[in-house]
Ligand binder design. Sequence first.
Ligand code: SAH
Ligand code: SF4
Ligand code: F3S
Length: 472
Amino acid sequence: MSVRRYHVQTFGCQMNVHDSERIEDVLEGAGYEPATDERDADVIVVNTCSVREKAEHKMLSLVGRFRELKEARPELRVVAAGCVAQQEGEKLLKKSDLLDVILGPDNIPELPGILKNIDDGAPRTVRTVFDEISPSFLMATPRSNSVSAFVTVMKGCDERCTYCVVPNTRGPERYRPADDIVEEIKQLVDSGVREITLLGQTVNSWYDPSALDEKPTSKRAPSGSRFALLLRRIAAEVPNLQRLRYTSPHPRHLTQPLIAAHAELSILPRHMHLPVQSGSDGVLRRMSRRYTAEEYLKRVNQLKSAVPGLTLSTDLIVGFPGETEEDFLATLELVRNAGFVSAFAFKYSERPDTPAIAMGDDVTNAEKSERLQRLFEVVGEQQRTHLKSLVGTTTKVLVESESGGRFSGRSERHEIVHVQMKEGENPIGEMVEATIIQAFDHSLLAAGPGVDPATVPSRAPKARTKLPVVGA
Ligand code: SAH
Ligand code: SF4
Ligand code: F3S
């Protein structure tokens, strides 16, 4: 039998990006090879996200595109994986005759076996079972030459923000033992990775499940300091690691020990992405975020005082049920007070089986668009002012890629920086000290070590290098 080929298409957050790496790994472990294009694939996996509206519809219309391919080659298998798959399960089989497998995020290792059974005559298959009893945290082999890699520390979410589908699609919180996390990071760094991003839906609520006495006694009063201990342990035990990021922290787990770790560990970036969602206490309460705008600001101000020059970015929702103009103005005020240098902002959309459905969806789409636009203006202005303020300063850039003779990477504050190096130098994977010479709308241009800034030609970066500011 000739080599079978796979193609994976990914939507959604970093957890899904990492899951797609795992899907590729398990398929390669079973002898599959990557296809150059979906038309050459024997298995097409669509790894879906259902966090916002029309997710299922988008997935089904994408799958509809495979009809011709499937008619030409009936042995082609189409797999729906990820959060829409987990949420809708069996129902998807009825909605599309093109789908062969519906696969939940915890069932990835089963995929090759399922495909084999179908080849042997088994019917279309749904596997969407959470591994609650003995959770597994599959490692993904680092992509060749990749400077950066993800490491999962926890999965699932127990927060149950009233608008959010993730607790349903990713299941209850499960934590990974510290020894396993550190071991995976050591292996990745030994293979050339220089930056690790720790992943979890509320990543900073982590505690070590193998140390029973460390289990927080109350969900409402988490210690959070366990996560700070994990960061310290990684910094101490993996000396060749250059940068340690994490996403997404929840504001209520931004504790004093975590702030202290940021002040002391140079391996942590001088940047935090800390989703706030709204600046109105009434809206925050109805969202069940469990903090007020004042509490959020107090904590981020403590963090900023502890780490000079630290920048913040965030996630925001506009048009949550009952959001008035006054509520929205409170959000704009918080955005200014926190000084976010970038933000992902979204129009509220009702999600299936979430508590907020009972609150209605009373803000019109036109109002949501208008509020999004106003947010865009404020955050965009703050971003431009911030980037301009950096011209003339030096920054440490972890170089990740090269295009047209110019290198790109991220600064210690997570800005995208394009660096002009000396002729013949290739700093990919290295941390270089660069002098910022020009600010674009969403990125920076810099001169690398020993390069005279006056000799660097100014050039607008390509559109794909943009750092998103506000999304719909
Ligand atoms: N676990 C992360 C966020 C996961 S979802 C956290 O809590 O920080 C990513 C973002 O999508 C959220 O921060 C929120 O801003 C947005 N989002 C989630 N549900 C949404 C909904 N129903 N409508 C609009 N935006 C939503
Ligand atoms: Fe969703 Fe809230 Fe959990 Fe984030 S913390 S995944 S927004 S329920
Ligand atoms: Fe989307 Fe699932 Fe991530 S809903 S945002 S892919 S956890």
